[in-house]
Design a protein around this ligand. Sequence first.
Ligand SMILES: Nc1ncnc2c1ncn2[C@@H]1O[C@H](COP(=O)(O)OP(=O)(O)O)[C@@H](O)[C@H]1O
Ligand SMILES: [Mg+2]
Length: 254
Amino acid sequence: MSELLRLNNISVHFSGLKALTDVSFSASPGEVKALIGPNGAGKTTLFNVISGYVPPTSGEVYFKGQEIQGLTPHQISARGVRRTFQNGGLFGEMTVLENILTGMHVQINSHFLGLLFGTRKADEEEKAAAARAMRLLTLMDMAEFADQQVKSLSGGQQRMVEIVRTISTEPPLLLLDEPAVGLSPPMRTRMMEVIKRLAGEEGISILLIEHAIDLVMAGSDRIVVLCAGQNIAEGKPAEIRENREVLEAYLGYA
Ligand SMILES: Nc1ncnc2c1ncn2[C@@H]1O[C@H](COP(=O)(O)OP(=O)(O)O)[C@@H](O)[C@H]1O
Ligand SMILES: [Mg+2]
């Protein structure tokens, strides 16, 4: 499947304010697509539309070929569209690994088959879950912290844990709203590398809102530029860099 997500002419009006106007684009599995644009461009609103927190005034959102606008955030999340939140609700007293397993248990326990197979099967599932959690932590260079309490980690490391917890349930689509904000420069670079690896090795489609243009240029496959609620450009990083309209509108120089 080449198209996982498709937005068709999405508009959002907040009592007269046009936050989004006719925004269309698609996202494919294994692709990192960055959403950039000045403050107030409508980036977060677009995430809210995709994840069901804001109904579009007009337009359609297709996920795996089915319309999802109008579904609740919970229903959309259950279909595999996940996002991280600023305050992700990690448990500080618990270890990194326990936090991730807690996230995965939600899925395991609610799974009907889990009930049918009884305890023996549950043990196996727990082992498989722990193995998967460790693999993801290794992928993110975080394996050495698995047995440390979350509260002992830096803010950036905690955000990494939150991302691992979110992806541990294997969502096909992950929405990240400024995951690198407030991180140290080395941690920001590492965050982008990890995002790229996740898309490549896990086949997850990642939509990323990020302000630092250098990180976006280095870490994304394609870039969508929003300006005043409109999609003014889309292309590979090199193409966006060459685009005069984008340089003027977004980067602030001609
Ligand atoms: N729930 C809301 N009610 C009214 N206006 C909103 C709401 N959410 C966002 N806006 C407005 O929509 C515009 C786009 O905001 P936002 O999507 O947060 O932009 P960005 O994330 O690109 O900075 C802004 O003018 C903002 O004030
Ligand atoms: Mg925003």
